[in-house]
Write a protein that binds this ligand. Structure first.
Ligand code: SAM
Length: 279
């Protein structure tokens, strides 16, 4: 008699952003697995939900899985929630969902708020294709490395960032992506000081520097993708490869060309082989 695991989104600020279905589900399940039970208790109180809470966070998720799976197998429905927004999206829950799925337990989404989607749908940058990057590394060298790998990404890129790191992260973005790259800034979505803006990265650095309030609260940054023209044309790639091949092996030249231009190493390698007649 296997029960169901509901993955339930909760508000990202405004408590009224619960769906009718999410309230019903939270009332009906045997237990709610929550990232922080004290935080979620406030939401449950607001909606008069009396269902017991149990902690399931990054540090105990592995140990908790067996207990929760056992309860599911005994026929008890369980809801998984995080502190805010959609569980698993830069939040715990992945291990539990995977384990439940592997045991043949039905996992049911109860969709609702997600800061990434709320930001993307309002900042005014292309939303037809996008990549979700979550949090960048806290160390600047690692962060710059991560950003460099994204330099030629043509889709809009969504980042979550902590308020105390927003200025240095946006400075790094301007450095790597270019001062003129368009960027969306979505702060305190659905809350009193909600701020949604679109500008260039250079202007965003200045905006945050000049107004310290912008370094507070919760923030999503959406960076516009690189324009297709920034990718090198065939002629430019050939010129670069021919020059590199004068001093380097095919493999090393292809690697360097890929690093410098952002094209796939396999593509650069194939072209290098063709140019050297080794194809
Ligand atoms: N699971 C959540 C979701 O669905 O969006 C995200 C949780 S993650 C631990 C927290 C980060 O999400 C924050 O640091 C911030 O980048 C973003 N975030 C959450 N709520 C937000 C809000 N109201 N306004 C802007 N960003 C928010």
């Amino acid at each position: 008699m296997s029960a169901q695991l509901f993955v339930v989104a909760t508000p990202i600020g405004h408590l009224d952003d619960m769906t009718l279905r999410s309230i019903e589900i939270l009332k009906s399940v045997a237990v709610i697995a929550a990232e922080d039970t004290r935080q979620s208790a406030q939401l449950l109180k607001y909606y008069n939900i009396a269902t017991p809470l149990t902690a399931c966070h990054d540090h105990n998720e592995s140990n908790k899985i067996n207990i929760l799976l056992e309860r599911l197998k005994n026929g008890e429905d369980i809801a998984l929630i995080s502190d805010a927004g959609t569980p698993l999206i830069s939040d715990p829950g992945f291990k539990l969902v995977r384990a439940a799925q592997e045991q043949g337990i039905r996992v049911i989404p109860i969709p609702g708020a997600c800061a990434a989607i709320a930001a993307l749908s309002t900042v005014g940058l292309p939303s037809d294709r996008f990549s979700f990057e979550g949090f960048l590394a806290s160390r600047s060298s690692q962060r710059i490395n991560q950003l460099q790998k994204l330099k030629h990404e043509t889709r809009s890129m969504i980042f979550y960032e902590a308020p105390h790191r927003i200025l240095e992260s946006v400075r790094d973005m301007a450095e790597v992506f270019g001062q003129d790259r368009p960027v969306g800034f979505a702060r305190e979505i659905t809350k009193t000081f909600e701020t949604i803006k679109k500008m260039t990265l250079a202007d965003l650095v200045a905006f945050i520097e000049q107004d310290h309030h912008q370094q507070k609260g919760e923030i999503v940054v959406v960076v516009g993708g690189a324009t297709e023209q920034q990718d090198p044309g065939q002629e430019q790639l050939d010129q670069l490869l021919l020059r590199l091949l004068q001093d380097l092996s095919v493999k090393a030249a292809a690697q360097l060309a890929a690093d410098l231009t952002g094209i796939k190493k396999k593509v650069a390698y194939q072209r290098a082989l063709e140019l050297t007649g080794k194809d």
